[in-house]
Structure formats: structure tokens, C-alpha cells
Write a protein that binds this ligand. Structure first.
Ligand code: CTP
Length: 405
């Protein structure tokens, strides 16, 4: 990233203090950061702190004659390689979506022709509010790259989605955007999948042992849901076949809830034909041969062993299906020899790509993922990225592959 220039817009939320850490990370990689603050941002961090870290003047007042004569708002909006809004409040994104230019920050955003990354942070209810979601969909359609916020405890004492992603994750996203001009040009893939049907499986499956117990794999469903969201953002019709997870349905996505592998296989079959299929679900490979009709009691009647039979392999079935999707993508969770195992899986299942992730760390249930894409042409390794960014890049790659056909 050395030598790149970022214009950082800080809007007014409690997470504004984390923008200081982001500046520190970027400066460490020799990125020039010029900062603009909104009036309310100055209630949370001071221009002095930001100025010391950026080693530059901090801009904030459109009507400051000195600032405007030295470097005007048009120039500020044009000189950067990338504009980053961190944190991006609900209010800031609402103004951007409406094209309002009422202060220096919003005027810069309206005047720029540079790629823009918005890093939202807000209270969980504000995040889920239909107005905010509508604004975010609009921003994405307008070509702004909006990161998904993290989930967790909030400054206001509530819990849920809306936390600013960790500064390291924001820096990783910036690194990716700066590293691949192609990705920037095509971000977001607004409309690129118009008229296409994308099928996604996500989450675990539950294979009942008796009415209260089941066999399952560890899977939060986050990566699959992020892919469904990214495909819908790109204009596709999306069918998301999901095992039991506690995640909201992404906007514009048709969701089919299932429990078992056999139900998932049937739902996938009836969703065909599809142009692209992402088989992200962690399908249980086996189910019990005989599900007990009543709860198995401990008192002497418990079976010493469970007899298991293999579940249908949904990905492999699609691989040789008469209606095989044009692009068939499987996932592989590996704890060792990631690339090697994925290459074997590619051939065995008849997929076009295997997205392999190393689950020896905290991938399961976490918000970030480092993946390798194994195809017949070779292997690509991606930096550790938020699952949302992995989803965007997978959709972007799929768009390019379909376009090259
Ligand atoms: N898959 C599927 N149906 C199954 C099992 C897996 O569609 N019954 C898909 C998954 O959605 C994923 C890929 O196949 O895309 C994973 O393959 P799998 O062989 O299950 O990989 P692992 O679980 O990693 O298994 P192993 O390493 O034991 O081969």
C-alpha cells in the first residue's frame, strides 16, 4: 500500500475513536492519510488527535476561506486513491444515499469520482431499520462499497449487529481495494448478475437421532448468507437453502429453510435450474439408520452405538446433473493440507472451484475467513478478509467467469 493516498472521512459516532487506530495502521504501511471530520465527529475525537496521527491538517469546514483557498473540496475529493468513511453513521449514509451535500464531508462524497468504502457503525436497531437497509442497498447500487458491521456488545449496552469492524479488518479491506484496481472498477457488481439465478446452500444440517437429539456440523451460516447477500446486491435472483441458523434473511433473497441433508438436497433439486451454485452448507455426511420415534432414555435402553448411513452428496449430485449450473462452487473446511485436499475434492465432486478455508483457527462462527480458491487452472490465496468481503470478491470473480464464457 506504500505511497497510496487515502481520504478518511470521520463521521460522528462513538466508534470514531477507532478511526485513530485505523490511521495508525495505515501510516505504518506508509499510506498517506488526509482526514476530514464532520461537526459531530469532533464531539467524539479531536481534530488535534487525528492531525497528529495523520501528520497533516484536518479538514472540516467548507466555508473556511484558508482551507478552501489552499486545497478546495473538489481537489480533496480527487487527489485520493480511495475515500474511506470510518465510521459511517446511519445519518451519513442516509445523506449519501440522497445525494445531500450539506457540509464538507458530504460535498466531497458528491464531487468524487474515486472509489468509496463506507464502514458502518451504529446501534443494532438503527442498523436493522428499514430506512438504513434501504439506504445501504442504494449506496451499493450506486457503486459504494459498504462493509458489513460486526456483531457484539455495543457502547449503549445492547447486543447485536452494528459494531464497527476491527481496524485490522478495515485495513485488510482497504488493502484489497487498493491492490486490485479491477475490483475497484467493478465494485459493486451492481446489476452484473441481472437475469441470473444464484443458488446458495448455507448453515449446518441437523440429522435427528431421536426427537430431542441430532448430529450436526459446526457452522454459523455467515459465509453462505454473505454470498447470498452479495449475489442479490449484484442483481441476481437468489435462492438460499439454509439449515438451522439464527441469521436474518438478506434483502431480496428467497430463503428456503430445511433441517436435514435430504431436505436440503430436495430443496436444491427443486430450485434448479440455476446459473451459479455456491454450496457453502456444512452438510452432515451421515445420518442415523433408524431415527428413534421416542426419546432414547438413559436407563439401560440407550444404544451402545449409533448405526449411520451416508447422506446424499448435494454438490457431487449437481456436478453430474442434467441441469448442472454453469458455475458450480463447492466449499471445503480443512484443518491441514488445505490446497491438496481441496484439489482432490474438486475432481471428486465435479465442481468448477473449491473455496477452501483453513478452519484450524477461529473461522467457525467468526466474522473473517482466509480462503484459497482451487480451480483446474490453479490456486489463488486470498488475504484474511471479513466474510462479507470474501463474498463480494467471490461474486466479482463469478461475474468475470460468466462474462468470459
Ligand atoms: N457437500 C454437499 N453434500 C454433502 C456433503 C458435502 O453438498 N452431503 C458439499 C458442501 O456443501 C461443500 C463440500 O461439499 O461444498 C464439502 O465437501 P465434503 O466432502 O463434505 O468436505 P468436508 O466436509 O471438508 O469433508 P472431508 O474433508 O471429510 O472429505
Amino acid at each position: 500500500m506504500s505511497g497510496k493516498r487515502i481520504l478518511l472521512i470521520v463521521s460522528g459516532g462513538i466508534a470514531a475513536y477507532k478511526s485513530l487506530e485505523l490511521v495508525r495502521l495505515l501510516r505504518r504501511e506508509d499510506v498517506a492519510v488526509r482526514a476530514v471530520m464532520t461537526e459531530s465527529a469532533k464531539e467524539f475525537v479531536t481534530p488535534l488527535s487525528l492531525g497528529v496521527l495523520t501528520e497533516d491538517h484536518v479538514y472540516g469546514n467548507m466555508f473556511d476561506l484558508k482551507e478552501e483557498s489552499e486545497i478546495g473540496h473538489i481537489q480533496l475529493s480527487r487527489e485520493a486513491d480511495l475515500i474511506v468513511i470510518c465510521p459511517a453513521t446511519a445519518n451519513m449514509m442516509a445523506k449519501m444515499a440522497a445525494g445531500i451535500a450539506g457540509d464538507l464531508a458530504t460535498t466531497i462524497l458528491l464531487a468524487t469520482d474515486k472509489p468509496v468504502l463506507a464502514v458502518p457503525a451504529m446501534n443494532v436497531r438503527m442498523w436493522h431499520h428499514v430506512a438504513t437497509q434501504r439506504n445501504i442497498a442504494q449506496l451499493r447500487a450506486d457503486g459504494i462499497h459498504v462493509m458489513e458491521p460486526d456483531s457484539g456488545g455495543m457502547a449503549c449496552g445492547e447486543w447485536g449487529k452494528g459494531r464497527l469492524p476491527e481496524p485490522e479488518m478495515v485495513a485488510a479491506e482497504i488493502r484489497q481495494m487498493l491492490a486490485s484496481p479491477l475490483a475497484i472498477d467493478s465494485l459493486p457488481t451492481g446489476g452484473a448478475l441481472q437475469g441470473k439465478h444464484v443458488l446458495v446452500t448455507a448453515g449446518p444440517t441437523h440429522e435427528p437421532i431421536d426427537p430431542v437429539r441430532y448430529i450436526a456440523n459446526r457452522s454459523s451460516g455467515k459465509q453462505g448468507f454473505a454470498i447470498a447477500r452479495a449475489a442479490a446486491d449484484a442483481g441476481a435472483r437468489v435462492t438460499l437453502v439454509s439449515g438451522p441458523v439464527s441469521l436474518p434473511t438478506p434483502r431480496g433473497v428467497t430463503r428456503v429453510d430445511v433441517e436435514t441433508a435430504r431436505e436440503m438436497a430436495a430443496a436444491v433439486e427443486s430450485a434448479l435450474p440455476a446459473d451459479i451454485a455456491f454450496m457453502v452448507a456444512a452438510v452432515a455426511d451421515w445420518r442415523t439408520a433408524d431415527e428413534a420415534a421416542q426419546k432414547i432414555k438413559k436407563n439401560g435402553a440407550a444404544p451402545a452405538s449409533l448405526s449411520l448411513i451416508e447422506n446424499p452428496d448435494i454438490l457431487a449430485t449437481l456436478g453430474k446433473h442434467a441441469q448442472r449450473p454453469k458455475l458450480l462452487i463447492g466449499f471445503a473446511a480443512e484443518t491441514e493440507n488445505v490446497g491438496e485436499h481441496a484439489a482432490t475434492k474438486l475432481a471428486r465432486k465435479g465442481a468448477d472451484w473449491i473455496v477452501a478455508n483453513d478452519v484450524s483457527g477461529d473461522v467457525m462462527g467468526g466474522d473473517a475467513n482466509s480462503v484459497q480458491i482451487v480451480t483446474a487452472q490453479g490456486t489463488e490465496s486470498w488475504d484474511r478478509l471479513p466474510k462479507d468481503a470474501v463474498a463480494n470478491r467471490l461474486i466479482e470473480k463469478a461475474v468475470h467467469v460468466l462474462a468470459a464464457d
